[in-house]
Design a protein around this ligand. Structure first.
Ligand SMILES: [Zn+2]
Length: 342
């Protein structure tokens, strides 16, 4: 079977389209025929060795997989060839104290699909049955591949790690990104008034189309003041943040008393100066969010089936063009999700 493998780190890294042996399922595993796989910032971190974990090459990247079950191990009875599935990208152990209480995002033995084991930029992939979710009727492979990782990340941030009250002001950073576009949809559905940011006219127009009532230019020095202006100087109740660095510091300038920043990324920097005085005086919260629990993925696909959460697909590349898909995401040219269709 064909797979695109990363053989040397870099920006860009070195990829090769390879013919690999047909994958065989071990106990409790299935082979999934990949029909679509979403590209994420996580894949770029694998490409340029930007992850703070040991990485082994060659590796087939790709964690946002939708497809059909192709074959199952002899001890697997709950899945059969032809079943349409999505694959949860944080492959949890199901046995540690967190997994046992349904908080798989905290798993002590988590493995990241496409980073610590081979992923979905390939014709087939082997995954444990516990990572499978049945695709609901009406959710096609491309919708699933555009929402499974980014959409469930936003669902985890907005419904599990924090709560949104109807009428709340929610600021979504980078509304044209995968996490950002899903976060705008989810916050709107929960009754929030949404403000977003974008670095280009096209990205701001997309965020507005998705439901943001105002969108500020994140490249202008005074964007936090613009955000405050839109809320009558009050500030927002919640910031959905995934950029990090100086951007996160500036988010505190947008935040109302009692407000919360929930963050799931640090692309623009991992260490920030932090002023404790206004933080405790204004009784604010900074909350970390990582991956998703099983229930977040179930909710994401159920919302997609109900038409409450729509994917924003920028482009779809064939498998042999996977390096071009990486280049497009790295150049920050994508409006919504970039997918690969093997
Ligand atoms: Zn676990």
């Amino acid at each position: 079977m064909k797979a695109v493998q990363l053989i040397a780190h870099g920006a860009p890294g070195k990829f090769e389209l390879r013919d690999l042996p047909e994958p065989q399922p071990g106990p409790d595993e299935v082979v999934v025929r990949v029909r679509a796989c979403g590209l994420n910032r996580l894949d770029l971190w694998l490409e340029d060795a930007g992850l703070p974990i040991p990485l082994e090459l060659p590796r087939t990247p790709g964690g946002e997989i939708a497809g059909e079950v192709a074959s199952v191990a002899t001890n697997v009875s709950s899945w059969k060839p032809g079943d349409a599935v999505a694959v949860q990208s944080n492959i949890f152990c199901s046995e540690c104290e967190y997994c046992r209480r349904g908080e798989e995002s905290f798993c002590l033995r988590n493995q990241i699909l496409g980073v610590q084991r081979d992923g979905g930029f390939a014709e087939k992939v082997v995954v444990p049955t516990r990572a499978l979710v049945r695709l609901p009727a009406g959710v096609d492979f491309e919708t699933s591949a555009a929402l499974t990782l980014a959409g469930s990340t936003a669902m985890h941030m907005l419904t599990t790690r924090t709560q949104v009250r109807s009428g709340d002001w929610v600021l979504v950073m980078s509304g044209a990104s995968g996490v950002g576009s899903a976060a705008i949809h989810i916050a709107k559905q929960l009754g929030a008034r949404v403000i977003s940011t974008g670095s280009t006219e096209a990205k701001r127009a997309l965020a507005q189309k998705l439901g943001a009532e105002s969108v500020v230019d994140s490249t202008s020095e005074g964007w936090p003041a613009e955000v405050r202006k839109h809320t009558g100087k009050r500030g927002v109740d919640l910031v959905v943040e995934h950029v990090g660095g100086e951007v996160l510091v500036k988010c505190f300038d947008c935040l109302a008393r009692g407000g919360t920043i929930v963050t799931c990324g640090a692309t623009a920097g991992r260490e920030i100066p932090f002023n404790l005085w206004p933080f405790f005086v204004k009784q604010q919260r900074l909350i970390g969010s990582y991956g998703r629990d099983r229930r977040d993925l179930d909710a994401t696909l159920a919302w997609a089936a109900a038409g409450k959460l729509m994917p924003v697909v920028d482009s779809i590349f064939p498998l042999d063009q996977t390096p071009a898909a990486f280049a497009k995401l790295r150049a920050r040219q994508a409006l919504g999700k970039v997918l690969v269709r093997p």
